[in-house]
Every structure is written in structure tokens, then in C-alpha cells.
Ligand binder design. Structure first.
Ligand code: GLP
Length: 262
């Protein structure tokens, strides 16, 4: 166990391994070790990747591990969860740009084996269907990395009345637009729509690592792990998955009451 990391389990969700880390740095290291172990066990792994501020520390750690020769991404391929729509991949607010800058340029993954939904596709519905087909043709996702929105969204699967299974086009909720405005010059510049892997695409991953840090995520983490599974908290579907790591810091864990030290 990495230092500053405590493992917890829960009678209800034995499939979820919860790691509560001292701080963001410990969380990033722990999550990076999970990804590196996946790639070392299966060098041709298919990784599902996420954007947002949560995985940035984990990506820095993976770059370090790769540069020191502890992990080799040369046979890995990746599929990202989501992208704004419409947006050009060269726009510095696009998720393609984010992934290039925060991970891909720093590791030895072949860039043409990295996939991010095309936010500038002429036919975005076709792009969504093609994306699910491409993931399936690659053999499915071995390990999916997830962050979480304050409202419990994963990818851009916003709270809804039913779980939306395939990759699809989404109208972003006002609170998501507000939360993401911090990366744009003004809130009016935030795209109002996105293309996102669906809940079914995410759920089909062989294993999943969800990362979250800070008090602002504590309620979403509590609802994800302890509320009834329901589409108003999209991440709660993870309670039904067979192989989930939840790697969070003490602040994000602060509202949990059902988990006990292992
Ligand atoms: C965006 C992304 C999600 C991400 C979420 C949280 O909405 N589409 O994939 O998990 O933001 O981001 P952050 O990690 O910056 O809090």
C-alpha cells in the first residue's frame, strides 16, 4: 500500500475497493499505480481516459513512471470519455488538446492509437455510433479512468430520468457549464453540448478507477457509494459493476459513513 493510503470495504458493495488517501498527491500516485499495473500486466491494454482537473496529478505521475522506464505505453491504445461539441481539436479548451498536453506528449503511446470523440464531426450522431463500434472493435476497455462532476456525472452523463447507454450527444446542465467555465475566458464561451460515452459504454469496461478530491466532491461521492442506484446520480451505477477502484482524498471521503477499514 502506498504511504498515506487507507483501504476500506463495505458489506453492500464488496466489488468496490475504496482507497482514501491523505491528499491529492497520494491519490494521484495510488491511481497511477493502478493504471501502470494494468499496462504492465497487459501491455496492449485498451485504456479509457478522462479529462478534468482530477486526473492531472495521476497523468503527471504516469509521465514520470514512463520516463523512468517503469511503464511502457508503446502497445496501449486509448479512448477518451468525452469531448465538447462543437469544438475544433486544436482549440486549447478541447479535450483532445488537454490530453495531448497533459499525457500523450509525455508518454510513449503512439498518437494515432489515442482516440477522443471528434467534437468537430460533420455528423455528430454518426460519430457517436462509430465511437462505440471502434471501442468494441478494439476489444472493449480494460481499465476506465473516471472523474466525477459535483452533481454525480461521469463523462458528460448528466443526471437524467433513465441511464443513457450508448455514446451520445448531451445538452450540458447549467451547473456543469458553470463548473467548467473556470477553464474558459467567459461562461459564454463554454460549449453548451458535448459528445460522451454512455453509461453502457463505461459500464462495459473490465475495470474502473474513479478519482475525486476535495470537499466539493464529498456529496457526489457519498451519493455514488451509498445512495440507491439511480440515474439522477449517474455514477451510482458503479455499485453494480464487478471491478471498481474508488481513489479519493480525505475531504472527498468526509461524508461517507458505510465504509470500514479493511
Ligand atoms: C467534466 C468532465 C468529466 C469530469 C468532470 C469533473 O465535466 N466531462 O469527465 O470528471 O468535469 O472535473 P474535475 O476533475 O475538473 O472536477
Amino acid at each position: 500500500m502506498a504511504s498515506g493510503v487507507k483501504a476500506y470495504s463495505n458489506g453492500k458493495n464488496k466489488n468496490i475497493r475504496l482507497y482514501v488517501c491523505k491528499d491529492y498527491e497520494a491519490l494521484s500516485k495510488k491511481a497511477a499505480l493502478i493504471v501502470a499495473a494494468q499496462v504492465n500486466t497487459k501491455p496492449e491494454s485498451v485504456l479509457g481516459l478522462a479529462t478534468g482537473s482530477s486526473p492531472v496529478g495521476m497523468y503527471k505521475e504516469l509521465i514520470k513512471l514512463c520516463k523512468e522506464g517503469s511503464v511502457d505505453f508503446s502497445k496501449v491504445c486509448s479512448y477518451n470519455l468525452d469531448e465538447y461539441f462543437p469544438i475544433e481539436p486544436t482549440n486549447d479548451q478541447s479535450y483532445r488538446y488537454f490530453m495531448n498536453e497533459n499525457l500523450f506528449y509525455g508518454i510513449n503511446i503512439p498518437l494515432d492509437c489515442t482516440h477522443v470523440p471528434k467534437g468537430n464531426a460533420a455528423d455528430i450522431k454518426k460519430e457517436a455510433a462509430d465511437y462505440d463500434r471502434a471501442v468494441a472493435n478494439a476489444g472493449g476497455i480494460d481499465l476506465q479512468v473516471l472523474g466525477i462532476g459535483g452533481n454525480g456525472h461521469i463523462g458528460f452523463n448528466e443526471p437524467t430520468d433513465t441511464f443513457i447507454l450508448p455514446t451520445h450527444v448531451v445538452d450540458l446542465k447549467e451547473d456543469t457549464i458553470k463548473a467548467n467555465a473556470r477553464f474558459f475566458a467567459s461562461i459564454d464561451d463554454v460549449p453548451k453540448r458535448a459528445i460522451s460515452m454512455g453509461i453502457g459504454t463505461i459500464f462495459a469496461a473490465h475495470s474502473i478507477v474513479l478519482i475525486a478530491s476535495g470537499k466539493a466532491k464529498a456529496k457526489a461521492i457519498k451519493d455514488t457509494l451509498e445512495a440507491n442506484v439511480n440515474p439522477q446520480v449517474p455514477a451510482s451505477i458503479l455499485q453494480l459493476h464487478q471491478n471498481v477502484y474508488v481513489v479519493i482524498d480525505e475531504e472527498a471521503a468526509s461524508l461517507l459513513n458505510e465504509y470500514k477499514p479493511e
